[in-house]
Design a protein around this ligand. Structure first.
Ligand code: SF4
Ligand code: SF4
Length: 173
């Protein structure tokens, strides 16, 4: 069986083995203050084969996909892709997210893309609020966005649904 790091390299297409541990990713990460392992520490855990610690870490769920780390990395490692890959690997291995509300949002975001072809913000915020038992949490901001014409009550129509279906079949989500 392939090692943890080799599987992650294969799934993410990122050569994590080149990491210098210069910490430029972690120093630029806007959410590192809330992480239990800094982004470069996740790479170290990968190199040490600490699969369970990585899958159970909050870090992979807190990543905002802002790509700051990918932009700063001198070795051109796209950590954003690595984090996304690790989330999917953790799910496929049956690990519970330590941050269930983020996992809920993650699932609903993917469903929104799967069924409407695009992010349908109104539906996503509304349903997330209900399922997260915080139905009024985003009401104020939602109203402001709606009256500025930034939120639609209906999903936009995407015609090439077959292509979207194929993508989701490929990634098995
Ligand atoms: S910036 Fe790149 S090389 Fe430096 S620690 Fe982060 S991933 Fe490794
Ligand atoms: S993509 Fe994720 S890990 Fe990288 S800087 Fe942004 S939040 Fe941090």
């Amino acid at each position: 069986m392939k090692s943890f790091i080799d599987r992650t390299i294969e799934e993410s297409s990122q050569n994590i083995g080149k990491c210098l541990h210069c910490q430029k990713c972690s120093n630029g990460c806007p959410i590192s203050f809330a992480m239990d392992s800094y982004p470069n520490q996740i790479i170290r855990l990968l190199q040490l084969g600490q699969e369970e610690r990585v899958y159970k870490s909050k870090t992979i769920w807190l990543c905002l996909a802002c790509e700051t780390c990918a932009t700063r990395c001198p070795m051109e490692i796209d950590l954003t892709r690595v984090m996304a890959t690790l989330r999917e690997m953790a799910i496929s291995k049956g690990y519970e997210s330590p941050l269930p509300k983020i996992k809920l949002y993650h699932d609903m975001f993917l469903k929104s893309i799967k069924y409407t072809g695009r992010m349908f913000e109104s539906g996503l915020f509304g349903l997330y609020g209900i399922l997260a038992k915080q139905p009024f949490r985003d009401l104020n901001i939602g109203q402001k966005l709606f009256f500025k014409g930034k939120l639609s009550l209906f999903p936009s129509i995407v015609w090439r649904k077959k292509e979207i279906k194929k993508v989701f079949e490929k990634i098995k989500v």
